[in-house]
Design a protein around this ligand. Structure first.
Ligand SMILES: [Zn+2]
Length: 65
């Protein structure tokens, strides 16, 4: 994974952790990264179970035909 800037401390980290996404009409969405130390400081950490659920929902709707 490419180094990313931690959204909390503004420091480049070579072990970025995805902590969220910002959706924007003009940019098409942006991923928020954190360094490993600051992951717990983000209020809504990504829940893998919820993500799988969302994926399943999309697939079910996508294969309805
Ligand atoms: Zn940080």
């Amino acid at each position: 994974m490419r180094p990313q800037i931690c959204a909390r401390c503004d420091t480049m980290t070579d072990k970025p952790v995805v902590v969220g996404h910002v959706h924007s009409a003009s940019m098409g969405g942006r991923t928020i990264y954190s360094c490993p130390e600051h992951v717990p400081t983000f209020p809504q950490p990504i829940d893998p179970i919820a993500q799988i659920d969302a994926l399943r929902r999309v697939r079910r709707e996508g294969t309805a035909s």
